[in-house]
Design a protein around this ligand. Structure first.
Ligand code: AMP
Length: 226
C-alpha cells in the first residue's frame, strides 16, 4: 500500500506511522527524520536543512523533493510505503503525483489525523525521543517511560527535540495551516482522504487508522477477526 499520513504537529503522526508501517510491512519514510539524520551527520544536506528545521519553517522544496525522489527510488518501496511529513505543501504534492504517475503507480490512501489546536502545544511540550532510536517516542503524560529520562525499549537517553519548544511549535502550526492544510484538500479532490481523530490512546488511534485502510480486522488490535 502507498499511504500518506498527514496532520498538524502534535497529532502523533510519528507514533502512528511507526506502528502502521510495521503492521503493513512497508517502509516508514519521514522527511523530518531524514533531515535530522543528515543534520546529525553534518553533511551538505543537513547544513541546508538546519536553519529551516530549527526555525520551524519548511526546508526548500527542491531539496526536499530531491531527497524524497532518491528515497522512493530504492527497491524497498516497491511493495508500498508510508510517507510521514511529506508532502507538506501543494508543490510537493504535485511533484509526488508526477513521480508516481511516471512510475505508473498511485496512492491508496491519505490519512488525515485531526487534533484540536488547543491540544497541540501541550502534546508537543511533553514529547520525548530516544537518542538511540528515532522510532522510540514517549510522552510525559500520555505514554511516560517507566524510568524518567530513559527509553523503556533500549535504555537510551530521552531528549526533547530543539523544535519542540513552544515558540517554534506555534510557528510550525502556522506553517501547517497555510501550506499543509491545502494538501488535504488536494487529495480530497482525488477521493483519497479519510479523517481520523487523533484523540484517545495510541491503540485507539491505530485501530481507526487500520480500519480506514481496510485493515481493521487485523489480529491483535482489538477488533474481531474474520
Ligand atoms: P517533522 O519531524 O515531520 O515534524 O519535521 C520537522 C521539520 O523538518 C519541519 O518543521 C520542517 O522544518 C522539516 N520538514 C519535514 N518535512 C518537510 C517537508 N516535507 N518539506 C519541508 N520541510 C520539512
Amino acid at each position: 500500500m502507498r499511504i500518506i499520513l498527514i496532520g498538524p504537529p502534535g497529532a502523533g503522526k510519528g507514533t502512528q506511522a511507526v506502528r502502521l508501517a510495521a503492521h503493513l510491512s512497508i517502509p516508514h519514510i519521514s522527511t523530518g527524520d531524514l533531515f535530522r539524520a543528515h543534520m546529525n551527520q553534518g553533511d551538505q544536506l543537513g547544513r541546508t536543512a538546519d536553519v529551516a528545521v530549527r526555525a520551524g519553517l519548511l526546508v526548500p522544496d527542491e531539496v526536499t523533493i530531491a531527497m524524497i525522489e532518491e528515497r522512493l527510488a530504492r527497491p524497498d518501496t516497491e511493495g508500498g510505503f508510508l510517507l510521514d511529513g511529506f508532502p507538506r505543501n501543494l508543490a510537493q504534492a504535485q511533484a509526488l503525483d508526477a513521480l508516481l504517475a511516471g512510475a505508473r503507480s498511485r496512492l491508496d490512501s491519505v490519512l488525515d489525523l485531526e487534533i484540536p489546536e488547543s491540544q497541540v502545544v501541550s502534546r508537543i511540550a511533553g514529547r520525548r525521543l530516544c537518542r538511540e532510536d528515532r522510532e522510540h517516542i514517549f510522552h510525559l503524560d500520555h505514554s511516560p517511560p517507566r524510568v524518567a529520562g530513559t527509553c523503556d525499549v533500549c535504555g537510551g537517553e530521552l531528549y526533547q527535540r530543539d523544535d519542540d519548544h513552544e515558540a517554534t511549535v506555534r510557528r510550525r502550526l502556522e506553517v501547517y495551516r497555510a501550506d499543509t492544510a491545502p494538501v488535504v484538500d488536494h487529495y480530497r479532490g482525488q477521493g483519497l482522504v479519510t479523517r481520523i481523530s487523533a484523540l484517545g490512546s495510541v491503540e485507539e488511534v491505530l485501530d481507526r487508522a487500520l480500519a480506514a485502510i481496510g485493515q481493521g480486522e487485523a489480529q491483535g488490535h482489538g477488533l474481531p477477526s474474520k
